[in-house]
Design a binder for this molecule. Sequence first.
Ligand code: NAD
Ligand code: UFG
Length: 339
Amino acid sequence: MANILVTGGAGYIGSHTCVELLNAGHDVVVLDNLSNSSVESLNRVQELTHKSLTFVEGDIRDGKTLDQLFGLYQIDAVIHFAGLKAVGESQQIPLTYFDHNIAGSISLVQAMQRAEVFKLVFSSSATVYDEANSSPLNESMPTGMPSNNYGYTKLIVEQLLEKTSQADVRWSIALLRYFNPVGAHKSGRIGEDPQGIPNNLMPYVTQVAVGRRDKLSIYGNDYDTVDGTGVRDYIHVVDLANAHLCALNNRLEQHGCRAWNIGTGNGSSVLEVKDAFEKVNAVAVAFEFAPRREGDVATSFADNARAVAELGWKPQYQLEDMLADSWNWQKQNPIGYKS
Ligand code: NAD
Ligand code: UFG
């Protein structure tokens, strides 16, 4: 069992990963500045697992906080979620994104080096793949210049971690390229709680269903897909959380830097997701077709064979489970953690 630092652990994916880490018997220290989350998620993580974790409120860009943290706790490995993730916002305030996501990651890696902690799992994204690749996307395909500044920060951090590991063989780094995380813990006690108008499909759908928004705008119905709407690879957040545990085990044994796709390998269109959500949950989702959203691709889904073969990871949940669990969370927490 290991002592794991989870940066951004109060957030959506981080909180679900904390549950799985605690359940597996690991000790957990969370570092989060709460800029996009609240401590309530961590209270609920502890309530669900009947275990306690250590919470440090602080910023990954603050080297002193990191040195103190690494000095106080015997950290074995780091799972690095902390960062900003709103694609549209990243176009308006690029420097803020570069600061949190790129400078923040450098600050963390420097502090890890000072503390001689060399095991790291990094939250990357399928957005790093070159748009010219066709799905299923595999890890040998070339990366490209992402169409937005958020995606750019993920690509840069992947590259700087790769170069860092090449320069010092003690590093052992996993780059997890997430596809589209959705769903929530079965209990409905933790889930996705976006601030303001959701950017992503699933929280928008659940907020329409619960009456917080009028209708879903479906961005484009003239793509070259099964029904003209965009196709994505939705992955249950609990499966995604477990991928971090598998990657951690792999990295505790192996050196170097390696990327893995974390998706189910199945693509679903926006209309398929909306229709299945209505059917599984017996609730209506009003919608309209709207123009395509800038920067969107028609289709993106994973070839997950490398993760299955090398990490011993396999997704357990189907789309129906994801939609039921997202709705269960939203119904129980109509205004998120504030309710
Ligand atoms: P989230 O916003 O719920 O969680 C991120 C957490 O990091 C928040 O709790 C926030 O308060 C914290 N944070 C932000 N900047 C910080 C800083 N400078 N110092 C300390 N804490 C900071 O987001 P999430 O959906 O859980 O995403 C987690 C990670 O996964 C992010 O790096 C994100 O870019 C990446 N990712 C997410 C998706 C997705 O669709 N959700 C897809 C691909 C990759
Ligand atoms: N969509 C709508 N209406 C909405 C929101 C989304 O029709 O209100 C559509 C999009 O056009 C797209 C699909 O639903 O076809 C999924 O969109 P999301 O915004 O949920 O997800 P993206 O695939 O655009 O982006 C996600 C993450 C990024 C990550 C990327 C990697 O948000 O962080 O996957 O592929 F980089």
